[in-house]
Design a protein around this ligand. Structure first.
Ligand SMILES: NC(=O)c1ccc[n+]([C@@H]2O[C@H](COP(=O)([O-])OP(=O)(O)OC[C@H]3O[C@@H](n4cnc5c(N)ncnc54)[C@H](O)[C@@H]3O)[C@@H](O)[C@H]2O)c1
Length: 367
């Protein structure tokens, strides 16, 4: 990897977009070993100034100065999804490494182009799939790698929490800016978790889809199935329609047992057939979240662990704990491809339904 432009041991980062996730990213950068927060930029200058005051860093008046003039090593993109591709491109052109929030882009072909571009330039382009770094997910990945319970035969998975009205009335409910609803938003994490545990997915088949009544092109429920390259079957649901359900629940049926994880708060359980079950309530994360006023137990640690893995890749260091890898640009691109395939199938169902009830089809697809 390109190490020439890194001048000290500490990686200096700038964060673009300091809304909810950008602020969390910025705080994680301050906590992570070998990272420092150079500054922030936000399209809303008042928000940028407030974040800079809170975080004790610089804020830049425009994006170009934040990327080029800041002399940062890494650009962290935490803006709404439709802005990601252009901002990644600007950062790569300025020879910056990039950590971009999920979804990497709202179009799969752009994601793939950017992944190859970063590779050609010898830069790390990481996708913010921090769910991989939650303790229970790390446990499942370790279980797969160690082959302790044999191979995964089946995965049952569900994700999604309904956004509040204010959030939905912002970029999230506007398909041009978000790329869609629950599938691309929460579902990108789910697809990544399934790939990270059960292996690469083959074609995925839509089983059901529903849309928001007032937000054209915004899916609120999506069910799909598929199979991984290792032969594991999967059934998954992404839903903003079930507030009573946990945000995330996954069951992994192995040859020799079962693993279950759910959040929030995180719980995990491993059952090896014929042996006592082991359960973990991840109490340390819960206590830390309560004492430090964090948003969700384990969230900050997941972001810090992810930064540590990215730092080691930028530095070309061997990973001390190689159980979980960060999401590469190719992971981001592959997830975008799977999401796009499901979105296209869902759009076709929507058009059929509209035709069958004789209504005009809303042209809400992204340009
Ligand atoms: N990894 C996770 O678990 C997780 C959680 C939440 C959000 N996210 C992702 O993070 C990204 C941001 O989501 P959020 O919830 O923080 O949104 P948000 O609306 O809270 O914040 C977005 C910020 O970006 C700013 N902005 C908008 N356009 C911009 C531009 N062109 N340049 C600079 N700033 C711009 C806005 O003013 C706002 O401050 C999205 O991609 C989202 O999917 C990831």
């Amino acid at each position: 990897m390109a190490q020439s432009r890194t001048r000290s041991d500490t990686l200096r980062a700038v964060v673009l977009g300091v809304g909810g996730q950008g602020l969390r990213r910025a705080q994680a950068i301050r906590l992570a070993r070998g990272w420092s927060l150079a500054g922030v930029y936000d399209a809303d200058p008042a928000r940028a100034a407030a974040a800079a005051r809170k975080l004790g860093c610089e804020s830049w008046p425009d994006e170009a100065t934040a990327i080029v003039g800041s002399a940062a090593d890494v650009v962290v993109v935490a803006t709404p999804p439709a802005a990601h591709d252009r901002q990644i491109e600007s950062a790569l052109h300025a020879h910056r490494h990039v950590l971009c929030e999920k979804p990497m882009t709202i179009h799969a072909d752009t994601a793939s182009f950017l992944a190859h571009d970063a590779e050609r330039r010898g830069l790390v382009l990481a996708t913010g799939f921090n769910h991989r770094f939650y303790s229970p997910v790390i446990q499942v990945i370790e279980c797969v790698r160690s082959n302790r319970l044999g191979q995964i035969c089946h995965v049952e998975a569900a994700i999604g929490h309904p956004p509040d009205d204010a959030t939905l009335n912002g970029w999230l409910g506007d398909r041009g800016r978000s790329g869609g609803g629950v599938l691309i938003d929460n579902g990108s994490h789910l697809v990544d978790l399934i790939r990270s545990t059960a292996g690469e997915l083959g074609p995925v088949k839509l089983e059901d889809a529903r849309w928001h009544e007032r937000k054209p092109g915004i899916d609120t429920y999506l069910k799909f199935c598929g199979e991984s390259g290792t032969g594991a079957t999967l059934r998954a649901e992404c839903s903003w329609e079930h507030p009573e359900r946990p945000y995330l629940a996954m069951e992994f049926v192995f040859e020799k047992g079962v693993a279950r994880i759910s959040a929030f708060p995180w719980k995990s359980e491993f059952v090896e057939y014929g042996k006592p079950r082991t359960a973990n309530g991840h109490l340390r994360d819960r206590i830390a979240a309560k004492w430090l006023g964090f948003r969700a137990p384990g969230l900050e640690s997941s972001l810090v662990r992810e930064l540590e893995a990215i730092r080691q890749a930028i530095r070309g260091e061997a990973r001390a704990d190689a159980s979980t890898d960060f999401g590469t640009a190719h992971d981001g691109a592959r997830v975008a491809e799977i999401v796009e395939s499901l979105r296209n199938q869902a759009d076709a169902v929507m058009e059929d339904r509209q035709r069958s009830i004789g209504q005009a089809v809303p042209r809400s697809r992204c340009a």
